[in-house]
Design a protein around this ligand. Structure first.
Ligand code: 1GP
Length: 227
């Protein structure tokens, strides 16, 4: 398994959506650096467990991005925990995470937890609305990036445009603010060109929805940014 700072690409699977075994095999064997399981709505234990079982047939790195305490299924290689910087409610930055770790306190020495500084930039995204986020301007976003690295020393700062292709210049400017913290970009990547454009600046791009809307083009994003 390569180290996270060598990663380029992640496919994010939504446990609430259907995917065939054939497509799953192709994604897992595509050369992507990891398969991340995560979503906002209807994330159930059964659906996460089913996806974990199915992706575990392949030698791919398996990440659960935790969005609900009801579906923290054991057996993933990594657990990614979002901390939403631009939420107006502290619970999405600190309290849910605190409660979750309290629930699993006895296991914390035995699992890999990776905290992601999240900045949600699409007002239409379910996660934006669910977390009562406010849209930051460019300066706000740059300061969140600075805080992720220098105040909280987080390994990841994640520009999350879920469902919408973002602003490459903002991704570029945020990247310039980061030295140690990795920049993840996710949102609206549907083809190789978009993957390449965002990968110029982001350390890792995340491709989600287009898996379900245009599988072949989503698949091409791996080769577009690898190597
Ligand atoms: C969603 O950032 C990921 O959490 C990917 O976004 O689904 O728009 O590709 P898309």
């Amino acid at each position: 398994m390569t180290k996270m700072n060598e990663w380029n690409h992640i496919f994010k699977l939504d446990p609430a959506k259907e995917i065939s075994n054939e497509q799953l095999k192709i994604l897992c064997e595509s050369g992507t650096d990891a398969i991340m399981v995560g979503g906002t709505d209807n994330v159930t234990w059964e659906a996460v467990d089913d996806l974990l079982y199915r992706i575990s047939k392949y030698p791919v790195h398996r990440i659960l991005e935790v969005s609900t305490m009801d579906a923290v299924v054991p057996g993933f290689d990594d657990y990614f925990i979002p901390m939403v910087f631009n939420s107006t409610e502290k619970k999405w930055f600190m309290d849910m995470q605190h409660q979750g770790m309290k629930k699993y306190l006895e296991f914390l020495d035995h699992v890999d937890l990776t905290f992601e500084g999240y900045c949600i930039l699409n007002e239409e995204a379910k996660a934006f609305q669910y977390t009562n986020s406010v849209l930051p301007d460019v300066e706000d976003t740059l300061v969140y990036a600075y805080m992720a690295e220098h105040v909280f020393h987080l390994p990841i700062f994640y520009l999350e445009y879920s469902g919408k292709y973002g602003e490459p210049n903002l991704v570029r400017d945020v990247k310039r603010k980061l030295n140690q913290t990795l920049l993840f970009y996710g949102g609206g990547i549907q083809n190789s060109l978009q993957a390449k454009e965002m990968k110029q600046y982001a350390d890792v791009i995340i491709v989600g929805n287009s898996i379900y809307t245009d599988f072949d083009k989503a698949l091409e994003t791996v080769q577009a940014v690898s190597g």
